[in-house]
Design a protein around this ligand. Structure first.
Ligand code: SAM
Length: 258
């Protein structure tokens, strides 16, 4: 987007605009040419411009009136692009179901990271996702069992995807600079068929990580007995961060009589 289209960044919308060209290239090049992509929060378009040169179809979801109007005027002359003007939390489900994208990309608004990632991880896309977060959130998502920051999101993204850290960026890669580093995560489908429903897994991790310092027997008190944990091969004295994805699936199936 040209400079005169620029407006003062809106803090409430998490507007920190990417200006590092090598990062822009690496994010865009993670996505193969010719595919269908949804980008969340194009803003002035650092990633959008790069994607417009690669994607077969690009749909952007933007809440900011100024940026949405700008991209709508671009879309009038470019049939690769379409624009959804609204809140991604409201629009995403309909957009994914109607567009059926291969990929989802975005430098995500910081305030939505957790709930938006839980929503995104429910979609089994054929291509994958390339998503930018505050580094601390990216670390939580990519964490392995045993790590202090391993939690519900780390389990949920593994339902359909392998997780890779693609790059870490300092505050100066953005304008205005955020307070913390950012990091980009690449999710690619692992192709295994899931052994439980995503929505059930989501309920299980919510309950299981409710009290991180308690044992899982305590977190599931009244729902699963110590004997039942033993029967599914899980030591009930373990803490939630010690359980891997397969353990969480076993607990989910135990809770739901599958
Ligand atoms: N993609 C641009 C870049 O990398 O420079 C902007 C990224 S900025 C971190 C986040 C973008 O998401 C902004 O354009 C902001 O207006 C948009 N945004 C914030 N909240 C949103 C929401 N709930 N729904 C859709 N877009 C939102």
């Amino acid at each position: 987007m040209k400079d005169h289209h620029f407006q003062r960044p809106k803090k409430a919308l998490g507007q920190h605009f990417l200006r590092d060209h090598s990062a822009i290239r690496r994010i865009a090049c993670a996505i193969p040419e010719g595919v269908s992509v949804i980008e969340i929060g194009p803003g002035p378009g650092a990633i959008t411009e790069a994607l417009l040169n690669r994607a077969g179809k690009l749909a952007v979801i933007e809440m900011d009136d100024h940026f949405a109007t700008h991209w709508q005027s671009v879309a009038e002359k470019n049939n690769v692009l379409s624009v959804i003007h609204g809140d991604v939390m409201q629009e995403l489900d309909r957009a994914v179901k109607s567009i059926q994208p291969d990929w989802i990309a975005g430098n995500l608004p910081y305030n939505l990271s957790g709930p938006l990632t839980a929503m995104l991880a429910a979609y089994a896309l054929p291509g994958g996702m390339v998503l930018m977060y505050q580094r601390e959130v990216a670390e939580r998502i990519a964490a392995d069992p045993g790590s202090k920051v391993y939690g519900g999101l780390s389990v949920l993204v593994r339902h359909y995807y392998d997780v890779k850290r693609l790059l870490v960026l300092p505050p100066g890669a953005f304008s205005p600079p955020p307070k913390v580093h950012s990091a980009v995560i690449l999710l690619t489908p692992h192709g295994k068929s899931p052994a439980c429903k995503y929505q059930y897994l989501q309920q299980t991790v919510r309950q299981g990580f409710a009290h991180r310092r308690k044992t899982i027997a305590n977190n599931f008190r009244g729902s699963i007995t110590a004997e039942q944990f033993e029967a599914i091969g899980i030591n009930p004295r373990k803490r939630p961060e010690q359980l891997d994805y397969d353990h969480w699936v076993s607990i989910t199936n135990q809770l739901n009589d599958a």
